[in-house]
Every structure is written in C-alpha cells, then in structure tokens.
Design a protein around this ligand. Structure first.
Ligand SMILES: NC(=O)c1ccc[n+]([C@@H]2O[C@H](COP(=O)([O-])OP(=O)(O)OC[C@H]3O[C@@H](n4cnc5c(N)ncnc54)[C@H](O)[C@@H]3O)[C@@H](O)[C@H]2O)c1
Length: 276
C-alpha cells in the first residue's frame, strides 16, 4: 500500500511481460495512477486478463497485445498497433524474462539450448524491444525506459550462470543506451529485483534450489517457503519483496521527479546484494 499519490493520467505506458508477476503488478499500480496501458506478452490469454483487471482501476485506455520479445516482426507489429491506438508512448517498462530450466553446477550440465533461450528473451529481447520503441522517444525527444535485470546480475553463481550472465549483459546494454538516449531527453534505468514470489519461482525453480543446496532448505517442502527462507537468510532486511515493491520503483523512475536519474541500476532486494 503506497502513501504516495501517483498521477500518470494522460501518459502511455508500455509493459512487456505483463501477463503475470512483476509486469502484471506494475500494470495494476500504473492503472491506479490513471495511466493508459499497452500491455504486451506472448501469453495473450493471461495478458488480456491483466488488461481486464486494469480497466477496473483506470479511466485511461487499456489494451493487450500479443508480443513475443524474441520476434522482431511481432514487436514491430505490436508497436505499430500501439502507435495507432494511443498516438504515442511515454514510458517503456521492458520486463519480460525467463529463468533457465536446468541448474548447475556443473555449468556444463546446463544445455546450450537453455543458454540460448535465456539470452534470447532476457538479453536480446530487451535489445529488440528497446530498439523498436527508442525510435518513438528519439522523434519526440522525450521518454522513460526502465529495464528489469536481477540481483543475479551481481551475485555470480554456477547455479544460474545463464540467467546471471544474461542479466548483467542487460545492465551494460541499458547504460550504453542511456548515453545514446541522453541526447533525446530520454532516461534509461534498470531495476534489479532480489526475491519476488512469482511464476519464476512457483514453476518449481525454488525446489530445484533446495535439491542442490540442501541444508536448512530441507525443512521446507513448497516453492514459496523455500524462496522465503533464501530471502530471509541472505538479505539485510531478512525478507522477500513484493511485486508492488518493484512497481513503486518503476513508477518513481517513470516520473518527472526522477528526471535527472539515468544510466543507473537499482537493487530492490531488501539488502541482498549488499549483504552477500
Ligand atoms: N521474481 C523474482 O524474484 C525476480 C528476480 C530478479 C529478476 N526478475 C525478473 O523480473 C522479470 C519479471 O519476472 P517475474 O518474476 O514477474 O516472473 P513471471 O514469470 O511471472 O513473469 C515473466 C513474464 O514474461 C513473459 N514472457 C516470458 N517470455 C516471453 C517472451 N518471449 N515474450 C514475451 N513475454 C514473455 C511471461 O509470459 C510472463 O508474463 C523478469 O525479467 C525476471 O527475470 C524476477
């Protein structure tokens, strides 16, 4: 629950990966703040559900778009439709991401196909989406881009090597992009979530950590408890974060109040990276 009254009425916000998790949570908060929303995901059924929930919260326009961030043609088609429907874009939250299906160590156990899929979505997907929408920001000489990386960008681990590598690449990309986009009055920043209980953990990933790490995790038998324990054991504040914690940071970075912040990466991780 935020004590800040955000106002994004009249603004057009594009969010990728908004079918579930952090993307959906952020869409709902932007809707409460009156934004117009273009919600993109390759899971059209679920992103349409997010759109429906948002419509109940905003008087702004809300529409769902099918967009696979690995596919430049789908990105171009969705962008063209968004511009036709909304006239412009003010904020891009490039957030779609996946985690590898197989964990190390050894790293050689992780199939190359897993590396490829992780890079295709988490790294090249961000590049492809930003390339497309930057054209709009360059033309209007205004814009806000927020990209989702991860605490795993900084916490080097053979457990999730493809994920960490794909996420540190995105920080470097975002910072380079911020240098280019400064000339066009466009801010580019990054959020690095720590532990947020979404599909990325509930799909069995948390229990895979338990299988590999064992120890104190053996007392837990479900994905959420395992993730909560990992968050509480490793962070300064001893707790996980919520999708709303991510949404509030994204909204701040999308606001005029953050106009002088660009090329920065924010750990929203209850102190995880500082503690390890
Ligand atoms: N949950 C966490 O603790 C955590 C921590 C660090 C970083 N992240 C990052 O946060 C972002 C959101 O993840 P989440 O935790 O909400 O998980 P999630 O699985 O709920 O959300 C990921 C979203 O991305 C979409 N997506 C996946 N591949 C796509 C593709 N090719 N094209 C379009 N959409 C696609 C999914 O459909 C889903 O809506 C991801 O980039 C993830 O890496 C999450």
């Amino acid at each position: 629950m935020s004590n800040i009254t955000w106002n994004f009425s009249g603004k057009v916000v594009v969010i990728t990966g908004s079918a579930t998790g952090i993307g959906r949570g952020t869409a709902l908060q932007f809707a409460k703040a009156g934004a117009n929303l273009a919600l993109c995901d390759f899971n059209f059924e679920e992103v349409s559900r997010t759109a429906e929930k948002c419509r109940a919260l905003t008087s702004g326009k809300v529409k769902a778009y099918k967009m696979d961030v690995t596919n430049v043609d789908e990105i171009a088609a969705a962008k063209a439709e968004i511009v036709k429907d909304f006239g412009t874009v003010d904020v891009l939250f490039s957030n779609a991401g996946v985690s590898p299906k197989v964990m190390g160590p050894p790293i050689s156990r992780i199939p190359i196909s897993d590396w490829e899929r992780t890079y295709q979505v988490n790294t090249l997907g961000m590049v492809k989406v930003c390339n497309a929408f930057c054209e709009i920001f360059k033309e209007k000489k205004a814009g806000k881009i927020i990209i989702t990386s991860s605490a795993a960008a900084w916490k080097i681990s053979p457990l999730v090597a493809p994920y960490g590598a794909s996420k540190i690449a995105v920080v470097n990309f975002a910072q380079a992009l911020s240098m280019e986009m400064g000339e066009y009055n466009t801010n580019v920043n990054v959020i690095c979530p720590g532990f947020v209980y979404t599909n990325i953990y509930s799909d069995g990933t948390a229990l895979k950590y338990k299988d590999i790490l064992g120890g104190a995790l053996n007392q837990y038998n479900d994905n959420e408890s395992v993730m909560n324990y990992m968050a509480s054991a490793t962070s300064s504040l001893h707790r996980p974060q919520s999708v709303d914690d991510m949404a509030y940071t994204v909204m701040f970075l999308a606001s005029e109040e953050a106009s002088e912040i660009t090329g920065s990466a924010f750990n929203v991780d209850s102190g995880y990276i500082k503690k390890i």
